[in-house]
Design a protein around this ligand. Structure first.
Ligand code: HEC
Ligand code: HEC
Ligand code: HEC
Ligand code: HEC
Ligand code: HEC
Length: 215
């Protein structure tokens, strides 16, 4: 057979395979390294500009999460409340307290308080609060018992493996949707039966395909 390609070209498939192999290993290594638990943000607990306490407000005073995080049930994003929400009470309570100075000046100057964001997925991963909250995945499953936190901290890795663990077997994480913000809800004895019926009614089927979370 006539030689169409120079001899070196015979090695081309091998080189291509090697390079491809290296790229894959490199990528796997990179993601394995950075995806490993110590590189997630579990325990991230920044000091906030105002010493706002969930333990005082959501715990002791038992203010429902949705009083402040108003969008969780209908939007993909959970919001952090505007200063107006704080002033509903703090225009009457604690007007003289130094700890509330920044809240007052934020209100008077119409400048939002610069809360430091704690939970933050990469832009390449899609997450929707409403889709979870509406079918009865409680805040506590992903954020821990926030009502007992003086300062909020991240308690779950928010990694792909973590998402998929629940998606593969969500049963023990489901509850009636009217209990999603209840940090002290306990599973009744008939939980297993309830879950079976609930999943059928709501047609609950958490996705495991890549395109569901990576558009
Ligand atoms: C009175 C208002 C208020 C209530 C009630 C409240 N929160 Fe918050 N929440 C805030 C504010 C303000 C922040 C931002 C400052 C901070 O992180 O502490 C916040 C932050 C958070 C964060 C971290 C957001 C981030 O940056 O990643 C989570 C999670 C959270 N809240 C969950 C809850 C849950 C769950 C409940 C109910 C048990 C709740 N909150 C009740 C006001 C509130
Ligand atoms: C439903 C009413 C209510 C709302 C809404 C509310 N607070 Fe409070 N807050 C209180 C009360 C009452 C206290 C005093 C509680 C205590 O000392 O046990 C308090 C205490 C505080 C303190 C501690 C003051 C001190 O030094 O003792 C801070 C800081 C604070 N709130 C910030 C906020 C911020 C920021 C928001 C909005 C995200 C907010 N609060 C929303 C009622 C409210
Ligand atoms: C299935 C897991 C899951 C559940 C259930 C869940 N969250 Fe989240 N939450 C997340 C993830 C993941 C993020 C980060 C989202 C991102 O970066 O886009 C987040 C972010 C937040 C933030 C920060 C939003 C911001 O833009 O700063 C708040 C506040 C919050 N969640 C409150 C709540 C409350 C309140 C509930 C219950 C009503 C709740 N979450 C239920 C997983 C969950
Ligand atoms: C504790 C359980 C739990 C965790 C953790 C969880 N999910 Fe889900 N997720 C569910 C359930 C249950 C559904 C099914 C909803 C349905 O079928 O209506 C769901 C549905 C979804 C959907 C399809 C609905 C939609 O929004 O389009 C996406 C996408 C999704 N989850 C992304 C994520 C991501 C990304 C994470 C991790 C950051 C995550 N989930 C963590 C329980 C969970
Ligand atoms: C249930 C949601 C979900 C599904 C399904 C999913 N991913 Fe992910 N993926 C995530 C989340 C969340 C992250 C981490 C985002 C972060 O760290 O901020 C991630 C991260 C990644 C990364 C970055 C490296 C890493 O491991 O952190 C790659 C690559 C990736 N996914 C590929 C895939 C592929 C390929 C599939 C299909 C086999 C898939 N994903 C299915 C949610 C999902």
């Amino acid at each position: 057979m006539a030689q169409i390609f120079p001899k070196a070209a015979n090695r081309l498939p091998l080189v291509t395979a090697l390079v491809a192999g290296l790229v894959v290993c490199g990528a796997v290594g990179f993601f394995w390294y950075y995806g490993a638990p110590e590189y997630t943000d579990v325990g991230y607990r920044p000091d906030q500009p105002v010493k706002y306490s969930h333990k005082v407000h959501a715990g002791n005073m038992a203010i429902d999460c949705r009083y402040c995080h108003t969008t969780v049930e209908w939007s993909s994003k959970a919001n952090v409340p505007p200063t107006r929400t704080c002033m509903n009470c703090h225009s009457l309570v604690g007007q003289d307290l130094a700890t509330l100075e920044l809240v007052r000046s934020s209100w008077e100057e119409n400048e939002p308080i610069e809360w430091i964001r704690i939970h933050d997925l990469g832009d390449y991963a899609y997450f929707n609060h409403a889709a979870h909250v509406r079918v009865g995945v409680g805040c506590i499953e992903c954020h821990g018992n926030v009502a007992e936190m003086e300062i909020v901290q991240q308690v779950e890795p928010l990694s792909m493996g973590w998402c998929l663990d629940c998606h593969r077997s969500p049963d023990e994480y489901l509850r009636p949707p009217d209990q999603v913000t209840n940090m002290y809800w306990v599973k009744p004895d008939n939980h297993a039966e309830w879950v079976t019926a609930w999943k059928e009614t709501m047609n609950i089927n958490p996705p495991e395909d890549c395109s569901a979370c990576h558009h």
